[in-house]
Design a protein around this ligand. Structure first.
Ligand code: PLP
Length: 391
């Protein structure tokens, strides 16, 4: 069975051009980029080229790019660093809808005596800017707010928030794992101090991430040891993956336009047709500015997991929450924070597209999902009761 892969916010296919770029750096050009000899030197040059390509996608300078192992590491490194830089400041701000890579770390800080504020969102998933403005103060060491939400695709006003944080002397970090490659970023004209990205969300392999660190921002490394990454992240560079990420960033810049036209058109068609054909549904965050590739639709009186399993039998891959929380039967913390009613939150399905998504794949989902929902609703006494008289 050929898969229809609509779970690109969980992870993406490695672009074949990216794979070809990294391939020689396993069995042929396997030198350590830090070695003095020519064999390491040729790897170092490719790592430098990759750093250039990543910097270029972000509108950053090469010395502002620190390679890490993943988005989670970058998030952890940014927040930990800020707390070490400002030991006298005891306040951290984040939002209620962050990925666990940020939220768990922040919640753990309360046990160490930190004040942690989680800013709320409205019914569409938009950040409560009034609450944020009233919360940030001179005791705030770091503000960490995501650029775009992995479950709903809702985009936060990050530049505005970063300027507010800066005015109070706090460092500003953004988890841009879902945004990079989908929306243009320009760090040269930005108030962001630190930004996280992850290779496997933009058609590079798993196990490679970046922490962007604005030049001049004080920093304490999370990983210490060797002098790699200018002593900001010790450990032998994952050269092949770094080289792959460089290529993926170069391609992301080339495909950015397509992401916002072709991919968005497919996403909108999927969403519109499903909304027209299935009653008692709502788009989570549909009224907010969103990533072009994501839609999260809540179906009343059905279980998201049941929908996913039936879709999966047809080869269709989607998600009911973030990949990290979908093992639990609790409705996602993102939808709860948005106040999505329990009966809807349980039946939410996220479709996330990529530049590899085709028209035919979207047609298949548009055809297959309505009878699945109708069947599940008929099986549920609650659904039958509430939807009496509807088809
Ligand atoms: N932040 C967000 C918004 C994500 O969606 C993810 C992955 O799902 C992460 C962080 C974690 O990234 P990684 O899997 O590279 O650790």
């Amino acid at each position: 069975m050929k898969e229809i892969y609509l779970d690109n916010n969980a992870t993406t296919k490695v672009d074949e051009a990216v794979f070809e770029e990294m391939r020689p750096y396993f069995c042929e050009l396997y030198g350590n980029p830090s070695s003095m000899h020519f064999f390491g030197g040729q790897v170092q040059r490719k790592v430098d080229e990759a750093r250039n390509r990543v910097a270029s996608l972000l509108g950053a300078s090469t010395d502002e790019i620190i390679f890490t192992a993943c988005g989670t590491e970058s998030d952890n490194a940014a927040i930990r660093s800020a707390l070490e830089v400002f030991p006298e400041k005891r306040h951290v701000i984040t939002s209620r809808v962050e990925h666990p890579a940020v939220l768990t770390q922040c919640r753990n800080l309360t046990q160490k005596g930190y004040r942690v504020s989680e800013i709320g969102v409205d019914g569409e998933g938009r950040l409560d800017m009034e609450e944020f403005k009233a919360t940030v103060d001179t005791d705030t060491a770091i503000v960490s707010l995501m650029y775009a939400n992995n479950e709903t695709g809702v985009i936060f006003p990050i530049e505005e928030a970063a300027a507010i944080a800066k005015a109070k002397g706090a460092l500003f970090h953004t988890d841009a794992v879902q945004a990079v490659g989908k929306i243009p970023l320009d760090m040269a004209n930005s108030n962001i101090d630190m930004l996280s990205l992850s290779g496997h969300k933009l058609h590079a392999p798993k196990g490679i991430g970046v922490l962007y660190l604005r030049r001049g921002t004080p920093f304490r490394p999370f990983m210490v040891g060797g002098h790699q990454e200018k002593s900001r992240r010790a450990g032998t560079e994952n050269a092949a993956a770094i080289i792959a990420l460089g290529k993926a960033c170069e391609l992301a810049a080339q495909y950015m336009e397509q992401e916002n036209t072709q991919v968005k058109v497919l996403r909108d068609r999927l969403q519109d047709e499903l909304m027209a054909s299935i009653p008692n549904a709502r788009i989570n965050g549909g009224g907010a500015e969103r990533l072009p590739n994501t839609t999260s639709i809540a179906y009343e009186f059905v279980e998201g997991e049941a929908i996913l399993l039936l879709l999966s039998e047809l080869g269709i891959c989607a998600s009911s929450g973030s990949a990290c929380t979908s093992g639990s039967l609790e409705p996602s913390h993102v939808l709860r924070a948005m106040g999505v009613p329990f009966t809807c939150a349980h039946g939410s399905i996220r479709f996330s597209l990529s530049r590899f998504t085709t028209n035919d794949e979207i047609d298949t989902v548009i055809r297959e999902l309505p009878p699945i929902i109708a069947r599940l609703r008929l099986m549920s006494p609650f659904g039958r009761e509430h939807l009496k008289g509807q088809k």
